[in-house]
Design a protein around this ligand. Structure first.
Ligand SMILES: Nc1ccn([C@@H]2O[C@H](COP(=O)(O)OP(=O)(O)OP(=O)(O)O)[C@@H](O)[C@H]2O)c(=O)n1
Ligand SMILES: C[C@](O)(CO)[C@H](O)COP(=O)(O)O
Length: 226
């Protein structure tokens, strides 16, 4: 079978408002390195030929270059400027990919994706074209009704969605020609809205999205027990 080029667009163009810290959360240090370096390293460990595209706000790029020098970080990657939404940041990353292949899109603030999940996502994307990792929901769920009352819903019917989400490049590029919608919270929602179906695989529960100060504590704990 033909070996497809592999890309990963790592989005780190956000402001980290829910973290509320002075330094954007993607640059916070856990286990001796900034979070983003752990994330890039995870993909490099998976395949040291993967093309890594890192999306950062223009205003953070100088800081990142300095961090790379300070931490002697030499994993090859291309930096692209972020947009005002995650959708716009992915779009900008996609714009520099001209050759066909498989494209993973991954949150810069998810440093704990397992090698097994990355490998499985790429493998299944060859077959299905659009693959996302999900985990079961562990809390009970309630739906809020228009009159603000609520009703319980069966959690067995739902899954929590993670990244990396991996797609054939033609599918992802076509999907990202759509106009932005506020329910596009991930790449699967964009691809599905363009008429494609999305294949689910098992994610890994440690693959948290570091969003709040509590997540940062959890991340420190994962690193210290790795
Ligand atoms: N304009 C944006 C917004 C988000 N992201 C990225 O998308 C991922 C998931 O977003 P989230 O956790 O919400 O990050 P922030 O937008 O930084 O956080 P917040 O919503 O709390 O401001 C993050 O890696 C974030 O950097 C991005 O690349 N460009
Ligand atoms: C892409 C994502 O991480 C999948 O769970 C999530 O949708 C990002 O949401 P956010 O509101 O941008 O954090």
């Amino acid at each position: 079978m033909e070996i497809k080029k592999k890309y990963v667009i790592i989005v780190a163009g956000g402001q980290g408002l829910r973290m509320g810290s002075e330094i954007p959360k993607q640059f916070k240090v856990i286990g001796n390195y900034p979070i983003l370096m752990h994330t890039l390293n995870t993909f490099y460990q998976y395949d040291n030929n993967i093309h890594i595209i890192l999306v950062l706000p223009h205003s953070h790029q100088e800081y990142w270059n300095q961090l790379c020098k300070d931490y002697n970080f030499h994993i090859k990657h291309t930096v692209v400027s972020g947009g005002n939404t995650r959708f716009a940041s992915v779009y900008n990353g996609l714009n520099i990919i001209s050759e066909p292949g498989l494209i993973a899109v991954h949150d810069g603030v998810r440093p704990f994706t397992s090698q097994q999940v990355i490998a499985n996502a790429f493998k299944k994307a060859e077959l299905f074209g659009a693959v996302i990792p999900v985990v079961e929901v562990i809390d009970s769920l309630r739906e809020i009704m228009p009159d603000e009352s609520s009703k319980s819903v069966p959690r067995q019917k739902f899954r929590a969605v993670q990244t990396p989400q991996v797609f054939r490049s033609d599918i992802l590029k076509r999907a990202y020609t759509q106009t932005y919608n506020e329910w596009f919270t991930d790449d699967a929602s964009v691809v599905e809205s363009a008429g494609y179906s999305v294949h689910l695989i098992s994610g890994n529960t440690e693959n948290i999205k570091i969003t709040t100060p509590q997540d940062l504590l959890l991340a420190e704990m994962f690193i210290s027990h790795a």
